[in-house]
Design a protein around this ligand. Structure first.
Ligand code: PLP
Length: 386
C-alpha cells in the first residue's frame, strides 16, 4: 500500500480539520498495530479510548460478524434484540432505569442536555446548565456551547443560551448558580483538557447541593467510563450517584455508539416523540457493545487498577516527567518537553500515545499485557530522558 498516495489524497479531498500524524494504520492484534510499511506499534491510544479490548478482539469481532450476518440496521421504528440486551445490561450494571442510544459522545450529551431542560422547564421553568471550566463535551453546537474552553468557541457564535462555566470547585458552582439552574454537567476526570481528576470531596458536596435543590447532576463518562478507570464508571470512585450518565467511546469497542443513562427521577422525562435518531442503537454496534459490557466485571476492574498503578509507578520514575495524573488506565503525564513532540518521538519508536492540552495521555487497551506495558515504559523513558 502506497502511504504517500494516502497522504496526497487526504490532503486533496479531506477537510483539513485534523493535525494528523504521518502514519496510516492498516491492521492490528490486541495492543499491537501495524502501519502501511508493516512497522509494529504498541497502542496506548486505542483510537482515543475506543478499542477498549484492543484491535480485532475475538469475542467482539464474532459478536459483530454474527449480527452482520443477520441484519445490519432496522431503524428505531421497530424493536431490536441487540438494543434491548445492551440496555438491560447497562441498567443492571449501573442501577440506571432507562437508556437512550445515539451514535457518539456528543449526541449522548445532546440527549442529556435535552433531558435536563425538559425536566427543569416542565417542573420549575428552569433551563440553565452549569458546566465546568476546562471541560470537553463534544463538537455539536450544544455540546460545544457546554464545553468550557474558549479556544473551541472562536468562530462559531452565536452559541446556545443557558450555559454557565464554573471553576471546578464548590465556590465556582455557587457563583454560577441561579434560580434558573436545572443541571450541573461534569466529567469526573477531565480528559481532553489534560486528564484532571476532580476532587472527590468537591463531587460529594456538589451531589448534595444538587439533590437539595432538585438540580440534575450529569456525569459525562464518554471517555472515563466503561471500565477505563478501574470502575464501571468514574463517578463510582467518588461514591456519588448522578441523575444522568452519558457514555460512548469504549462502549462500542470500535463501532460508533453513544448512550444516555437516566436514573431514578429522570426515568420518565422522555415521552413519545421527545427525541430520536435514525442510526442510534444500531444493531451491529449494539451487538458488539453487548460483548464488551458483559466483560466489564469486578475482576477486570481490579486488573485495570493494578495495571494503572504499575504504569503510574514506573512513569513517575522517568526523568522529565513532572506529574502523573489519572485513574486506572486513563493516565496523563506532564513532561518538560512539549507533549506533541513527545508523541511524535514515541511514534517514531513504535509507541502510540495521545496528547491532551499540554499533557501526554495514555489510554491503552484494558487487556494490555505486562510485556507490552514494559515496552511502552521503555520507549517513553528513551524519548523523555534523551
Ligand atoms: C470524546 C468526548 C466527547 C465527544 O464524543 P464524540 O464521540 O467525539 O462526539 C464528549 N465528552 C467527552 C468527555 C469526551 O472525551
Amino acid at each position: 500500500m502506497d502511504k504517500q498516495q494516502i497522504f496526497n489524497d487526504d490532503g486533496a479531498y479531506i477537510a483539513p480539520t485534523y493535525a494528523r500524524f504521518k502514519v496510516a494504520f492498516v491492521r492490528g492484534e490486541g495492543s499491537r498495530l501495524y502501519d502501511t510499511d508493516g512497522k509494529e506499534y504498541i497502542d496506548c491510544a486505542t483510537g482515543i479510548g475506543v478499542n477498549i479490548f484492543g484491535v480485532c478482539d475475538e469475542e467482539w469481532k464474532q459478536a459483530v460478524i454474527r449480527q452482520l450476518g443477520m441484519i445490519q440496521h432496522t431503524s428505531n421504528l421497530y424493536y431490536s434484540l441487540p438494543q434491548t440486551e445492551l440496555a438491560r445490561l447497562l441498567c443492571t450494571k449501573t442501577g440506571a432505569d432507562k437508556v437512550f442510544f445515539s451514535n457518539s459522545g456528543a449526541e449522548a450529551n445532546e440527549c442529556a442536555i435535552k433531558a435536563a431542560r425538559k425536566y427543569g422547564n416542565t417542573k420549575y421553568g428552569r433551563n440553565e446548565i452549569i458546566t465546568l471550566k476546562n471541560s470537553f463535551h463534544g463538537r455539536t453546537m450544544a455540546t460545544l456551547t457546554a464545553t468550557g474552553q474558549d479556544e473551541f468557541h472562536k468562530y462559531f457564535y452565536p452559541f446556545l443560551e443557558g450555559f454557565r462555566y464554573a471553576e471546578p470547585d464548590m465556590n465556582g458552582v455557587l457563583s454560577c448558580y441561579t434560580d434558573k439552574t436545572c443541571a450541573v454537567m461534569i466529567e469526573c476526570i477531565q480528559g481532553e483538557s489534560g486528564v484532571h481528576v476532580l476532587d472527590a470531596e468537591f463531587l460529594k458536596e456538589l451531589e448534595k447541593f444538587c439533590k437539595e435543590r432538585d438540580i440534575l447532576l450529569i456525569c459525562d463518562e464518554v471517555q472515563c467510563g466503561n471500565g477505563r478507570t478501574g470502575r464501571m464508571y468514574a463517578y463510582e470512585h467518588a461514591g456519588i450517584r448522578p441523575d444522568i450518565v452519558t457514555t460512548a467511546k469504549g462502549l462500542g469497542g470500535g463501532l460508533p455508539i453513544g448512550a444516555c443513562l437516566l436514573f431514578g427521577k429522570c426515568a420518565g422525562i422522555f415521552g413519545s416523540g421527545d427525541h430520536g435518531s435514525t442510526f442510534g442503537g444500531n444493531p451491529v454496534a449494539c451487538a458488539g457493545a453487548v460483548s464488551i459490557v458483559e466483560r466489564l466485571t469486578n475482576e477486570l476492574f481490579l486488573e485495570v487498577q493494578g495495571k494503572g498503578a504499575y504504569l503510574k509507578t514506573h512513569l513517575s520514575r522517568i526523568k522529565n516527567v513532572e506529574e502523573v495524573t489519572g485513574l486506572g488506565l486513563m493516565i496523563g503525564l506532564k513532561t518538560s518537553a512539549p507533549a506533541r513532540d513527545v508523541a511524535s518521538a514515541c511514534l517514531e519508536k513504535g509507541l502510540i500515545v495521545l496528547t491532551a492540552h499540554d499533557r501526554v495521555r495514555l489510554l491503552p487497551p484494558l487487556n494490555i499485557t505486562k510485556a507490552e506495558m514494559e515496552q511502552a515504559i521503555k520507549i517513553l523513558k528513551e524519548v523523555l530522558e534523551k
